[in-house]
Design a protein around this ligand. Structure first.
Ligand SMILES: O=C(O)CCC(=O)C1=CC=C[C@@H](O)[C@@H]1C(=O)O
Ligand SMILES: [Mg+2]
Length: 370
């Protein structure tokens, strides 16, 4: 596969409604979209999940652009690519961190590879599912009543799991209210590192609500304290921000830091590493699910593809495009029917990128030639 040209686009899309977590609120989504073009005129698409501000993790849109322009694209152009795994395993291996920048170009190369082979991205990754179960992630709302209204809306729409953001002052009583109203739904909490080990006794109160997991209660870069907390909780801890690689997962398993792993393609540097994490978790009977980063349609499509792997056994955060966007950049948009997404059968990510919507949402773009 000869990548002849890469176009980077700085995109800006207005969200249907603000999304608030313990680390902040997003109103507009700015992100980098990557188009990788081969000598036969095919395009592969990738989407960076880095935000404008470094509040979830340390990467930002501007940092990604620099990394792509000055380090990653030259490595992609330097010689033909036999298989996308080469990027993570060889060409990017000496570059520290910058996972979201790596994942954005690596995802475009994976999409292009699948399209050239006449395969779906799911097939290229080894996925077999024809449809995937999905849940919904709800932000911190203005009131418990508003949250309950949203839970009711999405349970009615058939979503298979409800994820509720928590933080000190918006946790036990909120979860209690949801559980009392919806005694049987699959319910989980995501703290985005809002607590410390000093809160262990308080967090133990969440054991009363039969949650499927408590996601990332402690520091974003911790595995050790999570092991100490997991030993005190009946509810499985799920690691999100702490996990960047299969090596991090090996250590988390060794320390018994968690019972579940949230795989986000952008957080771990791309699909090749995501597959490695999926595989080691499968070996150790650790269920995984696909986390979301408020992606637009290209990122959402990649999430659908990776979720077709067999150990993605818990509903992920890949909701319908309409959950976040008035208009998405892909045709057709991602839709959810009774909590299921049907895996597209078209080549690559299986959705086409709308050139009209691209033009509408591109703030600026730059073309790079091999
Ligand atoms: O994309 C989705 O629907 C899930 C969004 C979501 O829960 C998150 C997005 C980005 C960072 C975090 O705030 C949070 C998460 O930790 O999973
Ligand atoms: Mg999370």
């Amino acid at each position: 596969m000869n990548i002849k040209q890469v176009i980077l686009r700085h995109m800006k899309m207005r969200m249907r409604r603000p999304f608030t977590t313990s680390v902040g609120t997003e109103y507009d989504k700015e992100f980098i979209l990557v188009e990788a073009k081969s000598e036969d005129g095919l395009s592969g698409w990738g989407e960076s999940v880095a935000a404008i501000e470094p509040f979830y993790k340390e990467e930002t849109v501007k940092m990604n652009w620099h990394m792509l322009e000055d380090f990653l694209l030259p490595l992609v152009f330097e010689k033909p690519i036999e298989h996308p795994d080469e990027l993570t395993n060889e060409r990017f291996a000496h570059i520290r961190g910058n996972y979201m920048a790596k994942a954005a170009i690596e995802g475009a190369v994976w999409d292009l590879y699948a399209r050239q082979k006449g395969m779906t991205l799911a097939q290229a990754l080894g996925g077999e599912k024809k449809k995937i179960e999905v849940g919904i992630s709800l932000g911190i709302e203005d009131s418990v009543d508003e949250l309950l209204r949203l839970v009711e809306k999405y349970v009615y729409e058939g979503y298979k799991r409800i994820k509720v953001k928590i933080q000190p002052g918006w946790d036990v009583e909120v979860i209690r209210a949801v559980r009392e109203r919806f005694p049987d739904i699959k319910l989980m909490a995501d703290a985005n590192s809002a607590y410390t080990l000093d809160d262990a006794e308080h967090l133990r109160k969440l054991d009363a609500f039969n949650l499927t997991m408590i996601e990332q209660p402690l520091a974003h870069d911790d595995i050790v304290d999570h092991a100490e907390l997991q030993a005190q909780l009946r509810t499985p801890i799920c690691l999100d921000e702490s996990i960047h690689s299969v090596e991090d997962v090996r250590k988390a398993i060794k320390l018994k830091s968690c019972g579940v792993i949230n795989i986000k393609i952008g957080r771990v540097g791309g699909l090749t590493e995501a597959k490695k994490i999926h595989d080691i978790c499968k070996e150790h009977n650790i269920p995984v699910w696909c986390g979301g980063m408020l992606e637009a349609g290209v990122g959402r499509a990649h999430n659908v593809a990776i979720t077709t792997l067999s150990n993605f056994i818990m509903p992920g955060d890949t909701a319908a495009s309409a959950r976040y966007w008035e208009k998405d950049i892909i045709i057709p948009e991602v839709t959810v029917k009774d909590g299921w997404i049907t895996v597209p059968e078209g080549p690559g990510i299986g959705y086409e990128v709308s050139r009209e919507r691209l033009d509408e949402f591109t703030l600026y773009s730059k073309s790079y030639l091999a």
